[in-house]
Design a protein around this ligand. Sequence first.
Ligand code: FAD
Length: 116
Amino acid sequence: MSDKFDAIVIGAGAMGSAAAYHLSQRLGRSVLILEQHEVGHALGSSHGPSRIFRMTYAHPAYVQLAQEALGAWEDLERACGEMLFLRTGDLFFGPEDGPLANYKMLSRGPAARLPG
Ligand SMILES: Cc1cc2nc3c(=O)[nH]c(=O)nc-3n(C[C@H](O)[C@H](O)[C@H](O)COP(=O)(O)OP(=O)(O)OC[C@H]3O[C@@H](n4cnc5c(N)ncnc54)[C@H](O)[C@@H]3O)c2cc1C
């Protein structure tokens, strides 16, 4: 193994793993990732059986980021040849004149399929 790398990423949670993966796959960089625990450990924020993935944000830039992130997860699933997360529906509750009134306006893509 080389002792010289283009980049060193500290922490192999979701963020560090994604950074290392894209540095390597997209930019062709040699990357060393340093993790204090074993890979896939249960001590970080990335561990857990469920996460909310939503397209509803007050600022369109976040909606765009979420859409791109969803595409990146789908790319990763194709590259791995396995399903990495199971998509389920969701329900948002709130007063008619509250922030959720803007839900459809703020939502793009899959989240815009809400009835009504
Ligand atoms: C209970 C919970 C529920 C959440 N729910 C949601 C949700 O529904 N939707 C959503 O989008 N987000 C959710 N989040 C947030 C999301 O999970 C985190 O933002 C994301 O996992 C953070 O990833 P990370 O790689 O930054 O951190 P981590 O997964 O914590 O990874 C950091 C890694 O760095 C390692 N590390 C730290 N210091 C060192 C060091 N000095 N040397 C070597 N290694 C080191 C750690 O061991 C760890 O593996 C939730 C978080 C929690 C805790």
